[in-house]
Ligand binder design. Structure first.
Ligand code: PAF
Length: 284
């Protein structure tokens, strides 16, 4: 599995794939790979014979005081997992490759970025869209794959692709969960044993909303208060937001229907976790 570290190497590799007539699937990551990332590799491989994965902890999407410095980094482990799952090539640029001195242009999202995560983390989505646009320009994938867990990120990337006419198909992989329901996240590595238990309140709240909705309750405030109840037994968890929203606009809805998204963000100790569920989909 070739490991491409600079733009010249990546472009040469991409050109060879083009000449060979192979579609390229792309899985952008910040490393610290888990089964969620690897399931995205499987999804990419279903629509392209070649799968490129990038591993880059993007400083631009972390705010002051966030976890950029301590974000888990283990390239050796990531390399082994990616190769084992059939990744064709890795792109592992340094910060100076992605942001050489003097780099100042940014991709700024519209109002869809102002709610939820965007409100909690000012500038975060500008950082995400800037790096994803750069990666798209470099890799020129036919299809790029993102995880449903970061639902607002997916929504904004889809909009960027549409608004900027990027010729890239976006595929979304379902959230992968531990057997007890915890959504896989690289940040789970920060949790202590006790916090790991309390973190289950996020997926429990989504399941509770799903159960109540399936029993016939569609009023968003009732679903939200049922979700909030799940945090009463988790005093170490601070809910940042509960969102019951339209799947495309991410605007709050009054009544939930099939396809409505229920999302939650919460701090478990010092660790911020996200999770969401699409009503009507099987919860697993
Ligand atoms: O979801 C992530 O891991 C990151 O936000 C992404 C898409 C790789 C951009 O840095």
């Amino acid at each position: 599995m070739p490991e491409l570290r600079d733009i010249a190497a990546l472009r040469a590799w991409r050109e060879a794939e083009r000449r060979a007539g192979r579609r390229v699937g792309f899985v952008p990551t910040m490393g610290a790979l888990h089964d969620g990332h690897l399931s995205l590799v499987d999804l990419a491989a279903r629509s392209a014979p070649t799968v490129l994965m990038s591993v880059f902890v993007n400083p631009l999407q972390f705010g002051p005081g966030e976890d950029y410095a301590r974000y888990p980094r283990d390239l050796e482990r990531d390399r082994a997992l990616a190769a084992g799952r059939g990744v064709t090539a890795l792109f592992v640029p340094g910060v100076e490759v992605m942001y050489p001195p003097g780099s100042e242009t940014r991709v700024v999202p519209g109002p869809t970025a102002e709610r939820w995560e965007g409100a909690m983390r000012p500038g975060h989505f500008t950082g995400v869209l800037t790096v994803v646009a750069k990666l798209f320009n470099l890799v020129q994938p036919d299809v790029a794959v993102f995880g449903q867990k970061d639902i607002q990120q997916v929504t904004l990337i889809r909009r960027m692709v549409r608004d900027l006419d990027l010729p890239i198909e976006i595929a979304v992989g379902r959230t992968v969960r531990e057997p007890d329901g915890l959504a896989l996240s690289s940040r789970n590595a920060y949790l202590t044993g006790a916090e790991r238990g309390q973190a289950l309140s996020l997926s429990r709240s989504l399941r509770a909303a799903d159960t109540l909705w399936r029993a016939g309750e569609a009023e968003a405030p009732r679903l939200e208060s049922r979700m909030r109840e799940q945090f009463h037994a988790a005093p170490g968890v601070t809910v940042d937001y509960i969102a019951i929203v339209h799947p495309e606009t991410l605007a709050p809805v009054k009544r939930a229907e099939h396809g409505t998204i229920v999302a939650v963000a919460a701090r478990v100790g010092r660790t911020r976790l996200l999770d969401n569920h699409v009503l009507g989909m099987e919860f697993r």
